[in-house]
Design a protein around this ligand. Sequence first.
Ligand code: FES
Ligand SMILES: [Fe+2]
Length: 385
Amino acid sequence: MERDLATIRLPLEEATTLPARYYHDPAILEAELRTMFARMWLCVGREEDVAKPGDYLMRTVGRESVIVLRDAGGNVNAFHNVCRHRGSRLLTEASGTGLKHLLCPYHAWTYDLDGTLRVAPHMEEARHFEKRQFGLNRVRLERWDGFLFISLSAEGPGLAEFLGDMGSKFARYGMDGLRRGRRITYTVETNWKMLCENYSECYHCSLIHPELNRVSHYMSGEIDLINQATVGGWMDLRKDEYQTMSLTGKSNRPPFRGITTEDHRRIHYYIVYPNLLLSLHPDYVMTHTVWPQGTGRSEVVCEFLFDPEEVARPGFDPSDAVDFWDLTNRQDWRACELAYQGTQSGGYTRGRLSPLEWMVHIFDNFVADRLTGKDRPTPLRRTSI
Ligand code: FES
Ligand SMILES: [Fe+2]
């Protein structure tokens, strides 16, 4: 694998893309699930998704399934969605409310919302069986700015340590208090990495995103943070009168309190590895989470977060932001689907990168690091640009 990836390690001016096989080989996807999705912090939702006791969400990650729920005492817990008896899934809906307990649909073992096994019918005569040893298996859960993250690995750094400088970088946006205005879930027939790579460059923007390029110039901005958890930077709004990313560049919402005058002119775009795409606008935050469902299929959950006062306002209508990004997203999905199809061909092995694809190069190096067992990023070189 190291030899395959040697050309990823070259300075940007000489580096290649990932080999085509890395998008299509099921063994590579297995390795990615093992080294990234089963080992890293994954954003699964927002605190508001489990606002009340009995609220839950369920997230599938490869072959794993995780339940996040708020218990009667108000604590948020994450558990493997697996009964401790003969291993049935417990919940099958992506989210819900009003759970009083978790009833296994197979033989009716019943768990409290804190994971304790409460009822196990006809187990009285099972020798040395103690219910307290058969509570649901926990999954690590931590929070960052209102986002809920899980880790399927018992090892590895805590979320704050993993995030490093990213942890406090956008505190001024007050993301922990924001409320969701809209969620759209897409199924895209492409490899998950192609979606992350596509997010990482605007080389394609002048051609496939005329609406976006009218509001924000595809060459604008800088990358301003690269660490073990993230890569990202900002782009500018084109004109002084533009306020946000929307079809007109206008917004009927004020900018977030607490952001800087520079932020009023900028959109900040970050990948939080492996699969959270975080886009901070002056008046809303958009997130995508990208979930592999096969080498050539991905689920993308796109959410729009707003100031709670705006969401509570009568007639609140986020469609200026949502419609703009829904259009842009679909343009991106089409490009990523075509690239997935093309890279299956025997006529393609790997390509070269433009200077505008610096962030793609950084993401590909993250992938190469993880696949070859490195938790810390390899220092990158960029010799002349
Ligand atoms: S598998 Fe859950 S009760 Fe039997
Ligand atoms: Fe795009």
